[in-house]
Design a protein around this ligand. Structure first.
Ligand SMILES: *[C@@H]1O[C@H](CO)[C@@H](O)[C@H](O)[C@H]1NC(C)=O
Ligand SMILES: *[C@@H]1O[C@H](CO)[C@@H](O)[C@H](O)[C@H]1NC(C)=O
Length: 363
């Protein structure tokens, strides 16, 4: 009996020893160590390094672009763009371009929204040209638009500092000009206030006008040649709204024509570009007085050149729509992981868009 007991004990000890040896060996095998190290890394890794999966639910204006562009063109790494709707269950964010929802909120993702997922409302039209699609008011988490007070604010263009450390400053010399005032207009509607300004102004000064309505369609190349050959360019917005300052201003600045702006207040423009870079229609009591000023500048080179002083310090940077906007959204999502809702979108976008002197919105 005793001997049998002892031998059983021996077997137990032997098994125990074997077990310890196996565990010991396992701990030192590379695959096991890889596994444990990976776990350690996962816990110390910065959550911001986690790549963002951004689903483009509707291609803006139904036009596709390179899904790799964030890394290759805008220096936004760790951003995975996809248009594969099957990934709606795992996407960190879903991008919805307002215009392309058309009139039907059923165009939006229908499955229950994952808890961490954020929906981005993307729109670059002015409130006057944006439909109030029913059912969208309290659906989004983040706004992506041209407004300065948007969550992700992407203006149509901006002035960025030039680095002149290594070059002597040479005053900008405008290109050869053979026209005084030009206007390229694609959406000519008599009821627009800008058309009324145009009609008044042309009583006093010749305006070279181009566009579909005038049977002078302008290609991209022609556009540059035309604008740069004019001393002044009518940067007239199609509607007047806070911060709604489009490429009409930035292209003229870039191409060396002095913009005559119609849009939000001068004060609002001065939040984007220096006050001496443009002429505002509100600066004059009448279009007659504006025309008089233009004639003065036409004959006084020194006064005219003052409108280019901003070029000593800045150059124009245009935003590349929609790629750049989408990549900025991706970067924002990466940096802002917290809970976030966009309440009462319509009230914010429409009712607080009328001008700078409005009381601050509820933001
Ligand atoms: C968008 O483009 C696709 C493919 O070119 C086409 O099938 C579809 O009808 C377009 N949708 C709209 C709303 O234009
Ligand atoms: C996003 O917004 C919706 C409603 O606007 C809200 O129900 C949801 O919890 C929000 N999600 C996150 C991750 O902030």
């Amino acid at each position: 009996m005793m001997a049998g007991c002892k031998s059983w004990r021996c077997v137990w000890y032997a098994l125990l020893l074997l077990f310890v040896i196996v565990i010991g060996l396992l701990c030192y095998t590379p695959s096991f160590r890889c596994l444990t190290q990976e776990n350690e890394e996962a816990t110390v890794r910065n959550p911001a390094d986690h790549p963002v999966l951004l689903l483009i639910w509707l291609w803006p204006f139904n036009q596709t672009f390179d899904l790799e562009c964030c890394n290759s063109r805008f220096n936004v790494p760790s951003c995975v763009l996809t248009d594969d709707r099957d990934s709606v269950g795992k996407a960190d964010a879903v991008l919805i371009h307002h215009r392309d929802v058309a009139w039907d909120a059923s165009n939006l993702p229908q499955v229950p929204r994952p808890l961490q997922q954020k929906w981005i409302w993307m729109n670059f039209e002015s409130p006057s040209n944006t439909a109030r699609i029913p059912g969208l008011n309290n659906m989004f988490n983040i706004s992506l638009t041209y407004r300065k007070d948007a969550d992700i604010s992407v203006p149509y263009g901006s002035l960025v500092p030039v680095d002149r450390r290594f070059e002597a400053f040479v005053d900008f010399v405008p290109f050869e000009k053979d026209k005084l005032v030009c206007w390229i207009v694609s959406n000519y509607r008599p009821e627009h206030r800008r058309v009324q300004y145009y009609k008044q102004l042309r009583k006093y000064v010749q305006i070279h006008v181009y566009g579909d309505l005038f049977e002078k369609r302008v290609s991209d190349e022609e556009y540059k040649d035309i604008v740069s050959s004019c001393k002044f360019y009518l940067s007239f917005e199609n509607s007047v709204h806070k911060d709604y300052i489009t490429e009409k201003l930035f292209n003229a600045l870039d191409l060396g024509a002095v913009p005559i702006v119609f849009g939000p207040s001068r004060r609002n423009y001065e939040r984007f570009v220096p006050g001496d870079a443009f002429i505002h229609v509100d600066d004059f009591p009448s279009m007659k007085a504006l025309a008089k000023h233009l004639f003065l500048l036409n004959h006084n080179e020194a006064l005219y050149l003052r409108y280019f002083r901003w070029r000593r310090r800045f150059r124009v940077k245009m935003s590349t729509f929609p790629e750049e906007n989408v990549c900025q959204a991706c970067e924002y999502i990466q940096r802002n992981r917290q809970y976030q809702v966009l309440t009462n979108l319509y009230q914010w976008f429409w009712d607080t868009s009328e001008g700078l002197d409005m009381p601050p919105s509820f933001y």
